[in-house]
Design a protein around this ligand. Sequence first.
Ligand SMILES: Cc1cc2nc3c(=O)[nH]c(=O)nc-3n(C[C@H](O)[C@H](O)[C@H](O)COP(=O)(O)OP(=O)(O)OC[C@H]3O[C@@H](n4cnc5c(N)ncnc54)[C@H](O)[C@@H]3O)c2cc1C
Length: 511
Amino acid sequence: MSSSTQKITPETRVLIIGAGPTGLGAGLRLMELGHTNFRVVDRHPYMGGLAASFTDEAGFTWDIGGHVMFSHYDYYDQLFTRFMGEEFSLNDRESWVRMFDRWVPYPFQNNIRYLPKQAAYECLSGLIKAQTGQGKIKSHKDATNFGEFIDAVFGEGIAAHFMRPYNFKVWAHPPEMMNKEWIGERVAVLDIDRALKNVVLESDDFGWGPNNQFKYPLKGGTGEFYRRMGDELGAHLVLGTTVTAIDVDKKTVTYDDGTSEGYDILISAMPLDVLYRDVLVGDVPDALRARATELKHSSGYMVGVGIKRTCPSTKSWMYFPEDNCPFYRVTYLSNYSPFMTPDMSGKNEEYYSLLCEVSESAHKPVDGEMVLEETIAGLENAGLLEPGERADICNTWVYRAEYAYPTPSVDRDEILSDLVPWLEAREIYSRGRFGMWKYEVANTDHTLMQGVELVNRLLLGEAETTIGIVYQATEDGREAAVHERPGHAGSGEKRLAGQVVEGKATPTPAK
Ligand SMILES: Cc1cc2nc3c(=O)[nH]c(=O)nc-3n(C[C@H](O)[C@H](O)[C@H](O)COP(=O)(O)OP(=O)(O)OC[C@H]3O[C@@H](n4cnc5c(N)ncnc54)[C@H](O)[C@@H]3O)c2cc1C
C-alpha cells in the first residue's frame, strides 16, 4: 500500500482558497508546523465564511443561521480555548418542536405524549408496524433513499406529522432524492420501548441537560472565534480577493484584479461544482465538468428579528414542520450570550433576538422580496410573537446564502469519487462544507478539522479521517480514493470488502 504523503519542503507554495473554518484551520496548522510559504485568500472582505457573524446598525449580532458548537475533537476544543480564553458563555441546549399549536420537547419521537391523542396514536401505531416489519418498507436495510428510511424506521405517523414535512422544509428537496447514509448521528433512531414508556407512563424525555451544553463566544457571535484565528495568520491572509481561474496544467491561479501566481499545492473550500464549472481551466474533461453539475445544494435566507422587549423564553432553538410559517428553525440568539443585542450591559433585559432560517431550491422557491414579511407573519402564526409585538421590532436583518446545505443526494458519493481524486492527482485538494459536499461532516468543527487533517497528511503523512476517504494503491499501482467510514465522523460510506483502514490521525495539540 502506498502512502498518500505529499512531501512539502519550505519552498512548496501552498495556496488556500477560502477563509472559512476549513481554510483557516489549514493555514493555522501550516503555521504551527512551521511552514510559512502559504497564502489564504477569500473573496469576502471578512473572514469566517458561513461561520461569520455580523453586527447590524442597531447593535444586534447575527450568525448565518444559529451556530451551535458541538465539537468532536480535542484539537478543536483546544483552539477554542486558545483564542477565546474565558470569553464564552456556556448554554444548555433547549430545543423544541412547534406543532398543533403547542411545544413538543425535542427529540420529537421521545415525546409523542405531548401530541393530540389522535396524532399520538398514529405515531405509535405506525412506529410499531414499522419496527415489526409490517410497514411500507420492511426494514431500514431495504430502504433505497432517505424517504424510505423514514418510513422504515419511524413509520407512517411520525413520517406524516414530523419527519417528512420537517425534512422537506430543511433540505428543500424531496427525501426520495436523498441518500440514507448521511444520517449518522443526526437523526436519533427510535427506541420503540422508550417511546411507548414515555406515552404510557407520561414521562418527560428531554434531549437537553448537563451533557448537552455548548459554548458560544461572549461577544461578536460565532464569527469572533474565526476572526481571531484569521488575525493570527497576519499577512498570510488576503481578503476581498476572488479566484477567477485555476489553470490545472500550468498550476497557476488568477485573481479578479487580473494578477496571477503559481502554486505547488492548492487547497480549495469553494463549492466543488463552481470550481469545476467556472474556475478550472486547462485540460479538464467535459464529462467531469458535467458530473459536477449533478451535485445538489439548497440555499438559505437567514432572517433576524430584533425586538425591544425582555426575552420571554429560555429556549435555545425550535423546529417548525408545519406550513403556517416559512422557516424550519428559529433560534433565540440573544439567549446564547448577553452581548448579542444593543444592550451591552450584560444584563440582557431590554432586547431579544430571533434568527429564522428559510431554505430555498428549485423544488421549493422563495420570494426574496416577501421573505421578511412572511417570516414575521410566520412568527405570529407560530406563537413566537405575541399580538401587538410587531410594533416592538426595532431592527431586521436578511442574509441570503446561495450555498447553505450540501444535499446528500442518492448519487452524491459516486459523483464525489469521480471529482475529488481527479483534482488530487493534480494537487488540488477540495475540502470543507461545499468543497467535500458531505453534510455529515460539514459543521464548523468538522470543516476546520478537514483543513487541519489535510495539512497533517501533507506534512506528516497522517491519514485524514473526517472526510471518510482514504487512499490506497490499486493493484496496477495507481493511487485511488476508496471510502471508509470512521466511527466518529458518521460519514456514511460502506467499508469496502477486504479494505485496509489507515490509522486515525492524531493532530498534535495547538500551542
Ligand atoms: C444555516 C447554517 C447553519 C449552520 N449551523 C451550524 C451549527 O449550528 N454548528 C456548526 O458547527 N456549523 C454550522 N453550520 C456550518 C458552518 O457554517 C460550516 O461548517 C463552515 O462555515 C464551513 O466552512 P468552510 O470553510 O468549509 O466553508 P465556508 O464557510 O463556506 O467558506 C468558504 C469560503 O470560500 C470563499 N470563496 C468561495 N469562492 C471563492 C473564490 N472564487 N475566491 C476566493 N474565495 C472564495 C468564500 O467566500 C468563503 O468564505 C451552519 C451552516 C449554515 C449555512
